[in-house]
Design a protein around this ligand. Structure first.
Ligand SMILES: [Fe+2]
Length: 242
């Protein structure tokens, strides 16, 4: 089954693409450089602790910094020179083979587009069940005319079965999911009005280098990190002409 058939068909996502070992190392290097740059600027006294440990051990040192205040979206957006490299990777070319030339965007900072997330063990760093479409429908970001959206989520530091991304297969085929806008952390966000516990979200068992390509309207969420390590993932929204 093609990527597009999986994303637009019954499942709503495709999870058979992955990074090569070298590409994973490149991603980790890009993220780590930005991560240490941010810490060097915002908490220079703590830099040595973080620089001497792998990112997956971030939580062991996180008490040295204000986690929520430090990792704003802006600080987690990879710079354009990194994005240029990512666009040349095999997975990106495989996507373009099916979808044609892909534009990239993000909610509020058009022109860049690949950002990463850092989730400590425990439940506090993940969001609620949502469809990405809801954010756009609430007025975040501007879409160029004639394009559709596709989301790509990449596992960088994960423990399969214990953390990562969960999906509700087939949920993109329904358009009556209920939510309302809510003001949280300085931002209007969608708050789902469905009984989330009754939704059968499936945690995708993605090891580092694995990825999910998914539909703009599929319900999904990061899950509580029940692993031993900090989870790190990267994501971006791609635009294609239908
Ligand atoms: Fe999302």
């Amino acid at each position: 089954m093609s990527i597009r058939q999986a994303v637009e068909g019954e499942a709503g996502y495709y999870d058979r693409l992955s990074l090569s070992e070298e590409e994973l190392a490149t991603f980790r290097d890009f993220i780590r450089r930005q991560y240490l740059d941010v810490i060097a600027r915002t908490a220079p006294d703590a830099l040595e602790d973080f620089a001497g440990a792998p990112m997956r051990d971030y939580h062991l040192h996180a008490h040295h910094i204000d986690h929520a205040a430090t990792w704003t979206m802006e600080e987690r957006m990879l710079p354009p020179e990194n994005v240029r490299v990512i666009r040349e990777m095999a997975f990106f070319r495989a996507l373009e083979d099916e979808y044609g030339p892909l534009g990239m965007t993000d909610l509020d900072m058009p022109g860049r587009g690949v950002y990463w997330r850092i989730v400590r063990p425990g439940s506090s760093d993940v969001g609620m069940v949502h469809a990405d479409k809801w954010y756009w429908d609430l007025g975040h970001g501007t879409m160029p005319e004639g394009f559709e959206r596709l989301k790509i989520w990449i596992a960088i530091e994960t423990e399969p079965g214990l953390n990562g991304l969960a999906m509700l297969p087939g949920s993109h085929l329904r358009d009556d999911w209920q939510y309302h806008p809510e003001f949280r952390a300085g931002y209007v966000k969608p708050h789902i009005d469905e009984d989330v516990d009754s939704l059968d979200l499936q945690l995708l068992p993605l090891a580092p280098s694995g990825m999910a390509v998914f539909h703009d309207a599929i319900l999904h969420a990061g899950v509580e990190n029940r692993g031993r390590h900090t989870r790190i993932s990267a994501e971006f929204t791609a635009l294609y002409r239908p």
